[in-house]
Design a protein around this ligand. Structure first.
Ligand code: PEP
Ligand code: MG
Length: 755
């Protein structure tokens, strides 16, 4: 009797009784559900029919002997025979009688699930005061003890049964679920691995939520690492989102304080619901409901809290499915975000390994290789193809070596630092702002750099994988332009099919010569300087029709190592760079403009973009030089990247400029008084800060009135939240990194179709 009791105990385990260590008893799926249930995260209540129950069932019903017989002596390589025998086994499962004691316990537990329960979050405890009601709907899902042992879904076999209702149906479906252990493929696999004796399965029985609202949450935006979490929601069942038939509401919440950063309320038109015959039905929504917001503030906050809790628990960003019934929020699935962008990129890998360092994910992709610490320029000589370049902060002198390396890691810097900008353009995985890479990592040590998550792993734990460029496949009213700074990578950027460049920084071209412009000036070599700029831009222009090229903006912190460079300033961000430098040394600016004139003469449409503008005199100065060199066939543009330019935007427009481009990297820095290069304050650096957005909105409004084109060329133009904001404000074009061009184009198209 005692033995019998013990056995019974093991037939069923409630979610509250299990955790991640329970895999041998309840399988992986069951253990995961128990783990998050016990975290206090609301999963739909349920229990697991254990592997012990499975064993009891096959033994008592004599199935084990029959299976043994059917499998003995078969030729596992004979697919047809294997298919036949396993089908027979599966049929035997369905025909077999479940032992009464096991059946009773399952039914009793099923009825317990049906108990009147005010607080779903506490449900799952078998010792409840029960009240009988109509049978409820449950899902029956297989839960295997090892990932590969019985992955029926991977063999295209059904192992998950939804909308199961009533005692008989439940028992039938549990048997079907158990039978799914014997697909031909899983059986073959176990045989090969010598696991056949261990074949066992558990079945998760979980209450089905009759979703009034549902959706998905990414605890970190998988496409754009900008410290936001993304929640998408529709009315009814989540199938509409998964299949893409309904455009969901989209909410972005800051990961810092869980406050909403942006929201997009879609016209959902339809909802998918569970109909009377259990089938999914599509219903049309009334126009008012269709355009109404799906999730309340409260629901968003709760969801965000759960998302962060799960991320913290699993130490990895999560992709979570949720369902809401009445006032109850349920999380129905959680898994690690393994791809960079779950919608369009397949380059992610689920890396397992020891994380030895963390930083800011600056350029996506994975790189495994040997560490090469670069402290002085001399160290650059030691870099071999495939090394991981580790340095305090990259500078333009390092560009050639950066091209050789497989991955880049820096101590300093944020998303707009030199290392981040250049590695993205090169498509080299990079992690910046680690704080201690140059001291923690050792020369020659093997590491794996994940530029998507910002993690550095010990040893080679994943295959290197660069991010591919996708061709832009949609036409949008808001024009898309590219950032292309490096001639060597122009061809790569051109793979997007985009023909217009919204920003070329010429500093990289200049730095490749190893000399600061001052050097050319001092040595009376302005022709040589002009030639260097001309050649670089010409190489880029081979692939594009229209180029907005910025005159040099050379800061002493980045270019201090070039020959003839002035001393590093105490406050380089506020120092002698941009147009004030060009106008102080007009021969340098003139040489740059002459180079651009020559490119224009080759039939390219050139826009001259002036950096760090703070006064109308700046624009007058540049226009005078253009006149002097007889360069009239160009557009003249202003980088709006200082609060001063915002304040005087009307006056700048009155100077008859053709376009402005927002340099949000600097505009954010100068507005918020946050050094964009100092990783210690990166948490305060936010281009979506209202103080920045307000200025963007104002400038667009003025420029529209004055007939001046507007664009953005700061890093924020590659972020969806910013794109949404700017498209809504009516910006004319958006300038992005080539690696996100296709994503952003699709997003703009989506936004425009809703306007
Ligand atoms: C900016 O400030 O946003 C910009 C595009 O220029 P840079 O990053 O070169 O300062
Ligand atoms: Mg700038």
């Amino acid at each position: 009797m005692k033995k019998e009791e013990e056995k019974k105990e093991e037939f069923i385990k409630w979610f509250s009784e299990i955790n991640k260590t329970s895999v041998p008893i309840v399988g992986g799926k069951g253990a995961n559900l128990g783990e998050i249930f016990n975290l206090g995260v609301p999963v739909p209540p349920g229990f697991v029919v254990t592997t012990a129950a499975y064993k009891y069932f096959v033994e008592k019903s004599g199935l084990d002997e029959k299976i043994k017989k059917l499998l003995s002596g078969i030729d596992y390589e004979n697919t047809e025979q294997l298919e036949d025998r396993t089908r027979e086994i599966r049929e035997l499962f369905i025909k077999a009688r479940m032992p009464e004691d096991m059946k009773e316990e399952i039914i009793e537990s099923y009825e317990n699930l049906n108990a009147e329960e005010k607080d779903f979050e506490k449900q799952g405890n078998a010792l409840k005061i029960l009240e009988k009601k109509e049978p409820i709907y449950v899902a029956v899902r297989s839960s295997a003890t090892t990932e590969d042992l019985a992955d029926a879904s991977f063999a295209g076999q059904q192992d998950s049964f939804i909308n199961v209702r009533g005692n008989e149906e439940l028992i039938e479906n549990i048997k079907k679920c158990f039978a799914s252990l014997y697909t031909a493929r899983a059986t073959y696999y176990r045989h090969k691995k010598g696991f056949e004796k261990e074949a066992r399965l558990a079945a998760v029985i979980q209450r089905m939520v009759n979703s009034e609202k549902s959706g998905v949450m990414f605890s970190e935006d998988p496409a754009f690492k900008d410290n936001n979490m993304i929640i998408e929601a529709v009315f009814g069942l989540g199938e509409g989102i998964v299949s893409g038939t309904i455009t969901p509401d989209r909410y972005a919440l800051s990961r810092k304080d869980l406050k909403m950063v942006s929201k997009f309320i879609s016209d959902k038109k339809i909802a998918i619901v569970r109909g009377k015959n259990k089938r999914e039905e599509t219903i049309e929504l009334q126009p008012k409901k269709s355009r109404s917001r799906v999730l309340s503030e409260y629901e968003l906050t709760r969801l965000a809290e759960f998302g962060m809790k799960l991320e913290k628990h699993y130490n990895h960003p999560q992709d979570i499915e949720f369902a809401i019934e009445g006032e109850n929020i349920f999380l129905v699935q959680t898994r690690a975000i393994t791809t960079l962008n779950t919608r369009s990129e397949k380059s992610g890998q689920n890396i397992r390994g020891e994380v030895i360092l963390n930083g800011i994910a600056a350029s996506p992709g994975i790189a495994a290789g040997e560490v090469k610490i670069v402290k002085t320029l001399k160290d650059l000589e030691g870099i071999k193809v495939g090394d991981i370049l580790v340095t305090k902060m990259t500078n333009p002198d390092m560009v050639v070596s950066m091209q050789k390396s497989a991955g880049i890691v820096t101590d300093e810097g944020g998303m707009t630092s030199h290392a981040a900008i250049v590695s993205r353009e090169m498509g080299i995985p990079a992690v910046v702002g680690t704080g201690t890479a140059t001291t923690k990592l050792k020369d020659g040590e093997e590491v794996t750099v994940d530029g998507t998550t910002g993690k550095i792993y010990k040893g080679k734990v994943a295959e290197s994988q660069k991010k591919e460029i996708r061709k832009v496949g949609v036409k949008t009213k808001t024009h898309l332009k590219l950032i292309v700074d490096l001639p060597t990578f122009a061809e790569r950027a051109a793979q997007t099919g985009v023909k217009a460049i919204g920003l070329t920084r010429i500093e990289g071209i200049i730095a490749e010569s190893g000399k600061h412009p001052n050097y050319f000036l001092e040595h009376n070599e302005m022709r040589a300087y002009e030639e260097i700029v001309f050649r670089g831009i010409s190489k880029i222009a081979e692939y594009f029709d229209q180029l907005w090229v910025r005159t040099s903006d050379i800061r002493s912190d980045e270019f201090g190592d070039l020959k003839g460079a002035p001393k590093r300033e105490i406050n380089p961000m506020l120092g002698m760079h941009g147009i004030r430098f060009g106008l102080k040394y007009p021969e340098i600016l003139k040489a740059e403009l002459k180079a651009l004139k020559r490119v224009a003469e080759k039939g390219k449409k050139i826009g001259v973009l002036s950096p760090q503008i703070i006064s109308v005199n700046d624009i007058r100065g540049i226009k005078n030089i253009l006149k002097e060199i007889d360069f009239h066939k160009c557009e003249v543009g202003v980088m709006v990247e200082t609060p001063a330019a915002v304040q005087i935007i009307k006056d700048l427009c009155a100077e008859k400029i053709d376009f402005i481009s927002f340099g949000t990297n600097d505009l954010t820095q100068y507005t918020l008084a946050i050094d964009r290069g100092n990783e210690a304050v990166q948490e305060f650096y936010n281009e979506m800060d209202p103080a920045v957005l307000y200025q963007l909105e104002y400038v667009i409004k003025v420029c529209k009135r004055e007939g001046v084109q507007t664009s953005i060329c700061g890093q924020a133009g590659s972020k969806k939240e910013m794109v949404k904001f700017l498209v809504e404000k009516g910006i004319d074009s958006i300038t992005v990194n080539a690696d996100v061009a296709a994503d952003i184009a699709e997003y703009i198209s989506e936004l425009e179709s809703k306007r």
